[in-house]
Design a protein around this ligand. Structure first.
Ligand SMILES: Cc1cc2nc3c(=O)[nH]c(=O)nc-3n(C[C@H](O)[C@H](O)[C@H](O)COP(=O)(O)OP(=O)(O)OC[C@H]3O[C@@H](n4cnc5c(N)ncnc54)[C@H](O)[C@@H]3O)c2cc1C
Length: 416
């Protein structure tokens, strides 16, 4: 029998949610702004934060509540890199691009860290590093190659043999690992909720329970109408920070940002400290970390889903969840006697090539998109918020080319 709560831990009272989450009114009239940010996950708030620094008037509208999308349903890792191991990224995209993207994500971490410090954002931030664990012999070879390539490219990292992994983790399940000391984790909802207070003080108008139902151009240059359920935002520009939900507003994005369901659970506090780093195993399909109060949060197993049903609901696939729990507790038997307290699902946005997409849409040149994080939004959101703001305000931003829509074929781009 399942006795856990079927709700996202970070958004629940025991995850601090009820005490800390700030609430905002819904939009009930017509207003104006320079730029409207659509979506109040970590990407939306980071874009708003960066836009304010350019002196523009920003309105942020969120369909539900801030952080209620994937941002409130993840495991809170701030990782270097993308969904691929570095060796594969180098093969797929070339050494230069892979290196630039890894550097970009490490800069993202530095930006988040600085904001947490400067704005005094309470969010259980820890920089204890990550472990990328290999499960099979083949993955072990790839992780070893990843280590060699990362070291060659000047990234600080450490190789752990299967013996090192066994000593560290008290199991012989893993064939090797790379440790990345710069990585870490935080409480994503505390981060978003607390930074929203800063945004409010900086003059950003935030509206929750305000779904965007239509976007229209007035026909005049630099003029958009963002229609919500009970009001309208007239603005010069807008940006969709709606990640996995983007196709619900702009259906043409259905093939470029594909919604993918991820699931996770959290246990009650275990007696001992088992994991220091945030952990990414089996090509990132399974991942876990221990929270400051010794709870363990575990996600993954989507590779075992019989089919991906995207109905944008909160439904949990209990068979998959039980499979994930068994997988984890068979490796780490110490965690067997600790109950799951919460389990949940979330909608991620996967792009065609695993890189985020940032740029103007061809629906309207002043309607931008920033999404498609492919399970790594926390690893990009801080930096990409600044890149997006600069691109919108100045028409150019260093590194924006990495995420440009031009990388897709003309045929794909024409469909947007
Ligand atoms: C189980 C799981 C574990 C994960 N673990 C990690 C991890 O450890 N590290 C990591 O980097 N990433 C992780 N991710 C992915 C990460 O959560 C996302 O990449 C990230 O949260 C994306 O943030 P976002 O703001 O772009 O999207 P979201 O947080 O999904 O925000 C989009 C927002 O847009 C709003 N919206 C949608 N439609 C409308 C509309 N019509 N009008 C107004 N607003 C609208 C939604 O309500 C939502 O709040 C995980 C995801 C899952 C599901």
């Amino acid at each position: 029998m399942h006795t856990f709560k079927q709700s996202p831990y970070w958004l629940s009272p025991s995850g601090n949610g009820d005490d800390y989450i700030k609430t905002y009114p819904s939009l009930e009239k017509n207003i104006t702004a320079d730029i409207c940010v659509i979506g109040g996950g970590i990407t939306g708030v980071m874009i708003a934060y960066a836009l304010v620094q350019h002196g523009v008037k920003v309105v942020l509208v969120e369909k539900e509540t801030l952080g209620s999308g994937a941002t409130g349903r993840n495991t809170g890792f701030i990782l270097s890199g993308t969904v691929e191991h570095y060796n594969r990224a180098v093969t797929f995209w070339g050494k230069d691009k892979a290196k630039r993207v890894w550097k970009y994500t490490q800069r993202n971490h530095e930006i988040l860290k600085e904001i947490i410090k400067d704005e005094k954002i309470y969010c259980d931030y820890e920089q204890n590093g990550s472990l990328v664990l290999a499960v099979t012999e083949q993955e072990g070879k790839e992780v070893r190659e990843t280590y060699a390539l990362l070291s060659d490219d000047g990234f600080s990292c450490e190789w752990l043999s299967s013996k090192d992994c066994a000593e560290l983790l008290n199991t012989d399940f893993f064939t090797g690992a790379v440790r990345m000391p710069q990585d870490g984790g935080f409480h994503p909802v505390d981060f978003v909720s607390n930074i929203s207070e800063t945004l409010k003080k900086q003059g950003v108008s935030i509206f929750e329970k305000t779904p965007v139902i239509d976007i229209q151009s007035t026909g005049m240059e630099n003029s958009l109408e963002i229609h919500t359920a009970n009001g309208k935002v007239d603005c010069a520009m807008a940006i969709l920070a709606t990640n996995g939900y983007t196709q619900n507003i702009v259906p043409e994005f259905k093939d470029l940002i594909v919604p993918v369901v991820g699931q996770a659970f959290v246990t009650g506090p275990v007696q001992k400290s088992m994991f220091r780093e945030v952990i990414y195993a089996n090509f990132g399909y399974e991942y876990w970390r221990q929270l400051p109060d010794n709870r363990i949060i575990v996600g993954g197993f989507r590779e075992h889903a019989k089919k991906q049903i995207i109905n944008f609901s909160d439904q949990i696939d209990l068979e998959l969840l039980d499979g994930l729990h068994d997988y984890f507790t068979n490796i780490f038997t110490e965690a067997r006697n600790v109950c799951m307290t919460h389990a949940w699902s979330g909608i991620m946005g996967f792009s065609k090539d695993g890189f985020p997409i940032l740029g103007a849409t061809s629906a309207y040149p002043n309607l931008f998109i920033c999404g498609g994080f492919t399970g790594h939004g926390l690893g990009f959101s801080g930096a990409i918020g600044f890149t997006a703001a600069e691109l919108m305000v100045n028409g150019f931003a260093p590194d924006a080319d990495l995420f440009h829509i031009n990388r897709f074929s003309q045929k794909v781009r024409n469909s947007i």
